[in-house]
Design a protein around this ligand. Sequence first.
Ligand code: ADP
Length: 228
Amino acid sequence: MSHDFRSSDAGSTLLRQTQPRIFLVGRPGAGKGTQGVRLAQRLGVQYVSTGDVLRKAIEAQTPLGTAIEKVINAGNLLPAELIISLVDSCIEGDGYVLDGFPRTVAQAVAVTSQASSSPPIALEIAIPSNVALERLTHRGRCDDDITIARRRLVVYESETVPMLNYLQSCGLLHRIDGDAPADSVETSIWQRLSVVLGSSHPAPAVPMPACRNSLSETASLFGVVAAG
Ligand code: ADP
């Protein structure tokens, strides 16, 4: 599988924002999806899940989708360039809650090292590995098979924990205890965020447009041609 980073401005929409840019991170099964949707609604910004974007690409049954499926079903991560390009093409409004991005130091550097109007806020929903494994094996997604789930947790330690350390060293990381009922986690997130954002929020909740499909644009990053 070959890929090269052809789009020189990939990541630009991710940076050009004045409303809050929230990165939700944490182990698989931490509850990022549940909390991300709630948080985006409260803030009135767009919610984007990298996992959902990738699963949509798989459903489209294009060569790109097939290539993505192989990587996900091995419990591995997609190349940073592809993820950045895909996610960037999904950002439509001002401000966002991104679920599952960044996951590696390379991804985090791409969205923090360039000048932007306001610094992003990274929220880690923290749960221990054993809780993650327990939750994943009861969730029933095809990449939640016990062997794949274990692999994803190993990849989390090797790829994502260094990224958390990087964000912490930048002063951008806020850790929330995720081993609690969803409503308590939501309250903790909101309390922390209210402090970080100051009194100018919450903004009114407005429905955001669905992510547009731009797979053909990004297919070349995988060295394949997207159908349709
Ligand atoms: P979870 O957070 O529960 O692992 P997701 O639905 O967010 O699940 O992601 C599913 C899979 O999609 C991951 O295991 C990985 O293969 C891929 N993926 C998602 N986000 C990223 C990312 N930022 N970088 C690389 N791969 C990603």
